[in-house]
Design a protein around this ligand. Structure first.
Ligand code: SF4
Length: 279
C-alpha cells in the first residue's frame, strides 16, 4: 500500500471518494467475477450433467436397441421353434398315419394268412372226408374199364345164372333194397367179387346202387331196377309140354286162371326161390 501525503482535506476527501469508487468498482468486478465463476461452475456442472445424461441416454438407447435386437432374436427363435414344433407335430402325425396303415396292412396280411390257413385246413379236412367216403367200388370204377366191368367173370361160375339169381334176390327186397355186404354174405362171395358183381349188375341196368353211411362206414344199398327175363325161370313150366296148350286162353274154357298144373308149378317155384334166399 502506497502511503500518500495529506495535502488538503478536500483533496483527501476527493481521493477518498475516488478510492471508494475504485473499491466499489473492484468489488463489483470481484463480485461479478465470483458470480461468473460460480455460474461457470454451475454451467459446467450442468453441462457435465447434461453430458452425462446424454451419455446415459445413448447408453440407454444402445441398451434398448440391444434389448430390442435380443427380443427380436428371441421372437425369431420362438417363431422358428413354433414352426419346428408344427413341422415335428405334422411329421409325428404323418408317421402315426403311416404306422397305422402299416399296422392295418399287417393285420390284413395276417387275417388273409389265417383265412388261407383255415381254407387249407378245411380243404384238407374235406379231402380226408372225401377219402374216407371213398368206397372200394369207386376205386374199382377208376381202375377198371367199362368192358372189364361188364365182362366180369368168377372162375368156375355160371355168370348168367349168378346174375339172374342175384337180381331176383335183390328184386325180392323190392323198394327197401338190401345192403350189399349182407347179400354177399348170403351168396358167400368175397367183398371184391361182390363189389365187381354189383358194378356189373348196375351197368347191365338190372339194379341201382345207393351210397349210404352204415355204422360209420360207407357202403351201398342195392335196389332192383329191372328183372331180367330168364329162360331158366320158365324151363319147367307145364305149358311147354301141355297137350292142350293150343286150346288154352285166359278167357277160354281151358285157362291158366283155372289150371292146376300151372298153380302147382308156381307154388313149387316160389318154394324153391324162398329156399335159395335162406341159403
Ligand atoms: S295153363 Fe295149364 S292148360 Fe294152359 S297151357 Fe299151361 S298147363 Fe296147359
Amino acid at each position: 500500500m502506497v502511503k500518500k501525503e495529506i495535502v488538503s482535506a478536500t483533496k483527501l476527501k476527493k481521493e477518498i471518494e475516488e478510492a471508494k469508487v475504485e473499491l466499489l468498482s473492484r468489488n463489483k468486478k470481484l463480485k461479478l467475477s465470483v458470480k461468473t465463476e460460480a455460474k461457470k461452475k454451475v454451467d459446467k456442472k450442468k453441462a457435465e450433467a447434461k453430458k452425462k445424461a446424454e451419455a446415459k441416454k445413448k447408453v440407454d438407447k444402445k441398451k434398448a436397441e440391444a434389448k430390442k435386437k435380443v427380443d427380436k432374436k428371441k421372437a425369431v427363435a420362438k417363431k422358428k421353434a413354433e414352426a419346428k414344433k408344427k413341422v415335428d407335430k405334422k411329421k409325428a402325425e404323418a408317421k402315426k398315419k403311416v404306422d397305422k396303415k402299416k399296422a392295418e396292412a399287417k393285420k390284413k396280411v395276417e387275417a388273409k394268412k389265417k383265412e388261407e390257413e383255415a381254407k387249407k385246413k378245411e380243404e384238407e379236412a374235406k379231402k380226408k372226408e372225401e377219402e374216407a367216403k371213398r368206397t372200394p367200388e369207386e376205386e374199382l370204377e377208376e381202375q377198371l374199364t367199362e368192358e372189364e366191368i361188364i365182362g366180369f367173370q368168377i372162375d368156375k361160375t355160371d355168370m348168367d345164372k349168378l346174375v339172374n339169381r342175384v337180381t331176383e334176390m335183390i328184386a325180392s327186397y323190392a323198394t327197401k333194397g338190401i345192403l350189399q355186404n349182407i347179400l354177399w354174405r348170403k351168396l358167400k362171395l368175397s367183398s371184391r367179387d361182390g363189389s365187381r358183381l354189383a358194378l356189373k349188375l348196375e351197368r347191365m341196368g338190372n339194379i341201382t346202387r345207393e351210397k349210404i353211411l352204415e355204422n360209420g362206414r360207407w357202403t351201398y344199398l342195392l335196389l332192383i331196377k329191372k328183372i331180367p327175363i330168364s329162360t331158366k325161370s320158365i324151363e319147367n313150366a307145364p305149358c311147354l309140354v301141355c297137350p292142350v296148350e293150343k286150346k288154352c286162353s285166359t278167357d277160354g274154357e281151358i285157362s291158366p286162371k283155372t289150371c292146376v298144373y300151372i298153380e302147382d308149378w308156381v307154388l313149387l317155384e316160389l318154394k324153391t326161390k324162398k329156399r335159395h334166399e335162406t341159403d
